[in-house]
Write a protein of this length. Structure first.
Ligand SMILES: [Ca+2]
Length: 361
């Protein structure tokens, strides 16, 4: 038996603002998700910082810096999305899309690579900055009370699994706002990334990912590029590798095996994040295009592709699913699966990778 999909309450990339006010009113969580107001932006200090990095000579990569393995993705056409009844409504309708060749990082950006960027630029991520209440309240339903000061301190969203079955419509049952959580302390101030050099960096906002890409002389992929690349040249299978989640007894991606979110049996070898390249590459030589971490893309999110006149300016598209995706919950480790995640929101399971229009030596 599967759980009915409820996109409003089911967002895999939860909302920073709603998490911040969660202690005030969990009801606001659903209200804010439904808020499509175009006046929803969390720029301000963040925009200024991005601008400074873009113009800083010291922020440019030097030889050896920002170097990552990339592979060529050839020019072609593909059918984007899915009309399958087993897919999500936001994957419809399908459309033929032409994609020009590009080069893509073989893996999500790792902690080690992101550390190089921070060392070179002094960049401070969104999660490391206090929440600006004046900006935040513009995104909330009118009359939402100001949350306690401790909830406006730097922090991010951490996956905090319960030990018992919970209502899957209420994501606050497994997401918790943790002060001091950031890419360097992904589970909170008591955690660190020592020994996790090859793990994908997480607790990264879209702005952080875009800043890294700019520094590296690259860019974030469009949703179409990402989906096209994820197929790896094979278009007639449900997953990147075929139609079965397990092939010859081997799991092909880091997903949530067991009963989400309270019982993780780690049948794929990992209860949490896995180092990059822990599972086979796809047909283009790209690793981690399914599961482990969602990948930010450049695209503004549109819930229904047939309703492209209503872009959600707050959100950006993430692709690929994560270690929290489960066949009975969202099964988002499919190329056509997608989510809209607020650009200022980092969490335990969203990372990114970059692309380039030319080969980088
Ligand atoms: Ca797993």
């Amino acid at each position: 038996m599967t759980t009915k999909y409820r996109p409003t309450l089911h967002a895999a990339g939860p909302i920073l603002l709603t998490a911040v006010i969660a202690s005030v009113s969990l009801v606001s969580l659903a209200q804010a998700e439904g808020d499509k107001s175009p006046a929803c932006s969390s720029e301000g200090g963040r925009a200024a910082q991005l601008s400074a990095i873009a113009s800083s000579k010291t922020a440019k990569p030097s030889a050896g810096e920002a170097k990552s393995e990339m592979v060529h993705v050839p020019t072609g056409k593909f059918i984007m999305g899915s009309n399958s009844k087993r897919s999500m409504p936001n994957e419809r309708p399908t459309q033929e899309v032409s994609v020009k060749e590009f080069w893509m990082d073989t893996t999500p950006i790792t902690n080690s690579q992101f550390a190089e960027f921070v060392k070179a630029t002094g960049y401070v991520t969104t999660a490391e900055q206090p929440v600006d209440w004046e900006e935040l309240k513009k995104q909330l339903p009118p009359g939402t009370p100001k949350p306690p000061e401790e909830n406006l301190q730097p922090g991010s969203l951490v996956f905090t699994p319960p030990d018992h079955p919970v209502d899957l419509r209420e994501m606050a049952n497994w997401w918790q706002w943790v002060s001091g959580a950031s890419w360097k302390h992904p589970k909170g101030p008591e955690s660190d990334i020592e020994g996790l050099d090859k793990h994908p960096v997480v607790q990264i906002s879209w702005d952080d990912a875009a800043a890294y890409a700019n520094w590296a002389g690259k860019r974030l992929p469009t949703e179409a590029e990402w989906e096209y690349a994820a197929h790896g040249g094979k278009y007639n299978s449900r997953y990147v590798w075929g139609n079965s989640l397990v092939v010859n007894g081997k799991h092909m991606a880091n997903t949530f095996t067991g009963d989400f979110p309270y019982r993780n049996d780690s049948a794929d070898g990992f209860s949490g994040l896995a180092p990059v390249k822990s599972f086979p590459a796809n047909g283009y030589g790209l690793y981690g295009m399914a599961g482990n971490v969602w990948n930010w893309t450049a695209d503004v999110y549109v819930e229904n592709r047939g309703d492209a006149l209503v872009p959600d300016e707050v959100r950006r598209v993430v692709k690929g699913g994560s270690f929290l995706c489960n066949p009975h919950y969202c099964e988002s480790y499919r190329p056509s699966a997608r989510r809209g995640t607020p650009r200022d929101t980092g969490s335990s399971h969203v990372g990114f990778r970059c692309v380039s229009d030319k080969p980088l030596s």
